[in-house]
Write a new protein. Structure first.
Length: 68
């Protein structure tokens, strides 16, 4: 087990059953714990419509520490 966000999501999906709900819960927890690798984040953002991408970018800008 690698112990990163990708691994957490893969494990959530592999449980079967209501896999989209498992991943929807595991994803934010994994992001908070491990962060999201830049390549995965970029690929996911590229699939979103511009209006949704703008909301996500505004959210991250609002919660990003000012000294980062």
């Amino acid at each position: 087990m690698k112990g990163d966000a990708e691994d957490a999501l893969r494990n959530a999906v592999s449980l079967g059953g209501d896999a989209d709900t498992h991943a929807a819960i595991a994803g934010p927890v994994a992001e908070a714990r491990f962060g999201i690798p830049q390549d995965i984040a970029a690929a996911a953002l590229a699939r979103l419509p511009a209006d949704m991408r703008a909301v996500i970018e505004a959210l991250y800008a609002a919660v990003r520490p000012t000294n980062a």
